[in-house]
Design a protein around this ligand. Structure first.
Ligand SMILES: [Zn+2]
Length: 185
C-alpha cells in the first residue's frame, strides 16, 4: 500500500461553521485544504495573510484566447483588395473593360458563394447550440492557493504522520484476536 505524499499546496475554502485557527485558536471560517483532501485545517485570516505562515500562489498567466476567424473580418479585406484592383485597372489600363466586367461577375459569384456558406455555417451553429447545453456564463472565482511556510508545513506533515501511525495502530489492534472474556470469568 502506497501512502500518498502530502503536497505543500493548499486551497483556501470557506467553511459553514467557525472553528479555532490551527495556530492561534482564533475562531475562523477559513479552511486550507489540499487537493486530494489528505490534509485540511482551519486558519484565521490574519494568519492567512502572514507571510511567515503561508504565501499566496500567483495565478499562472493564461495566454490570450485566440479569437476564431470570423467571416465578417474577411469580407472587408476582400472588398478592399477589389477596390485596389479596380483603381489600379482604371489607372493602368482603361481599354480592358470586358475583362473588368468578367472580374466583377466573378467577384459577385464569389460573394454569393460566401453568403451561402455563411448561411450554412450559421444554421449549423444554431443546430449545435440546440443540441448542446449552453456554456456557463459566469464561472465561480477560482479559490486562492497557498504554499505553507516550511515550518508550518513540517507541523502539518508530522501531524498527518501521527494520524497515520495512530490509524495503523488502531487497525493492527482491530486485527488482533479479541481476548476471550468468558474464560477469565
Ligand atoms: Zn490564527
Amino acid at each position: 500500500m502506497t501512502t500518498p505524499i502530502l503536497k505543500n499546496l493548499y486551497t483556501h475554502r470557506t467553511a459553514t461553521t467557525e472553528r479555532p485557527c490551527f495556530v492561534c485558536n482564533q475562531f475562523t471560517k477559513a479552511v486550507l485544504t489540499t487537493d486530494n483532501g489528505l490534509d485540511w485545517f482551519y486558519t484565521c485570516t490574519s494568519h492567512l495573510n502572514d507571510h511567515g505562515f503561508a504565501t499566496v500562489v500567483p495565478e499562472p498567466e493564461k495566454p490570450p484566447p485566440i479569437p476564431p476567424k470570423s467571416t465578417k473580418k474577411k469580407e472587408p479585406t476582400k472588398k478592399e483588395k477589389n477596390a485596389d484592383k479596380t483603381t489600379k485597372d482604371e489607372k493602368d489600363t482603361k481599354d480592358s473593360t470586358e475583362t473588368k466586367d468578367e472580374k466583377d461577375e466573378k467577384n459577385e459569384d464569389e460573394k454569393n458563394k460566401d453568403e451561402k456558406k455563411k448561411d450554412e455555417k450559421s444554421k449549423d451553429k444554431k443546430e449545435t447550440n440546440k443540441e448542446q447545453l449552453p456554456p456557463p456564463i459566469t464561472s465561480p472565482p477560482k479559490p486562492k492557493q497557498y504554499v505553507l511556510h516550511r515550518d508550518i508545513f513540517y507541523l502539518r506533515e508530522s501531524n498527518l504522520n501521527k494520524k497515520r501511525r495512530e490509524q495503523k495502530i488502531q487497525s493492527l489492534l482491530e486485527q488482533l484476536p479479541s481476548v476471550p472474556k468468558t474464560s477469565l470469568q
